[in-house]
Design a binder for this molecule. Structure first.
Ligand code: SAM
Length: 261
């Protein structure tokens, strides 16, 4: 049996009883970096053999793990933080298990994308997760255009070193799109800063961010900015609010007011 176990994304207390019990009872643990997972496992008195399982040995490890699983061993998979397989290794062994009829059991818990969505003001009734944004300028622009066109919230993982460049590219498409930067979630310097792309960009140009970031981008109809010129301000707000699934007051605050976070 393969257990896919979510571990904390910062605060070591964010782990479920079931996750701890499963880690204590398994035959061995696969983790990305044995040094990184050490403190968590020590804190919860988990003393099991640890084997590395990361993007560079995922393919070669899978065969041996599969043999162990077929022999009836109980194997736990964790990543450095959050949920394995979510922008982290795991997919390959999970597919192999399903193909071999080996049960794959999720032990759910933290994931940065869900934590960010759950606490941001952007709509969550419909969302997509696109992992890390592409680095090249052309691919980034396309990804941002797709995010704006998506009729819900788009969540992506972002590096603090690239956030400014990404917000600049977004502002080149529209300065008004609603965005939220969810930074260092569950940690000491946790921050959720939201507003229009322009407001959030200006803030981070003045205060370069550190730490880990989930960037959320709201739906925004690019051509509506031009249509707005031909209609009253109130009418444009009404249409936009409806499309963003927000009240007019919420939208007005998002677009026109300084971020209050
Ligand atoms: N599997 C993980 C999960 O389920 O959240 C994600 C792993 S991915 C390699 C790491 C990225 O997740 C970071 O670069 C950052 O974008 C995001 N992330 C992880 N922890 C975070 C946190 N505490 N606050 C904000 N973003 C975080």
């Amino acid at each position: 049996m393969l257990f896919i176990i979510s571990t904390p994304i910062g605060n070591l207390a964010d782990i479920t009883y079931r996750a701890v019990a499963t880690l204590q009872e398994c035959d061995y643990i696969l983790c990305e970096d044995t040094r990184h997972s050490g403190p968590l496992l020590t804190k919860y008195s988990i003393n099991k053999p640890l084997y590395s399982y990361h993007q560079h040995n995922e393919a070669s490890r899978t065969d041996q793990v599969l043999k162990d699983l077929l022999d009836g061993k109980r194997v736990a998979l964790i990543s450095d933080a959050g949920t394995p397989g979510i922008s982290d290794p795991g997919h390959q062994i999970i597919v192999a298990c399903h193909q071999a009829d080996i049960p794959v059991v999720p032990i759910p818990g933290p994931s940065a994308v869900i934590a960010a969505l759950s606490a941001s003001p952007l709509p969550t009734d419909r969302f997509q997760f696109i992992g890390f944004l592409p680095k090249s300028q052309g691919a980034l622009k396309q990804a941002l255009q797709d995010a704006l066109a998506y009729p819900g919230t788009t969540a992506c993982y972002e590096s603090p070193f690239r956030l400014s460049k990404t917000l600049k590219a977004l502002c080149a498409l529209t300065e008004s799109a609603p965005v939220a930067v969810c930074r260092e979630l569950t940690k000491v310097y946790e921050e959720i800063r939201w507003g229009s792309a322009k407001e959030v960009r200006e803030h981070y140009e003045q205060h370069p961010p550190k730490g880990e970031i989930v960037l959320l981008i709201g739906h925004f109809e690019l051509k509506l900015e031009h249509a707005e010129e031909d209609m009253s301000h109130q009418e444009a707000l009404r249409i936009l609010a409806k499309r963003l699934n927000m009240s007019r007051n919420e939208l007005y605050a998002l677009i026109n007011k300084k971020s209050s976070c």
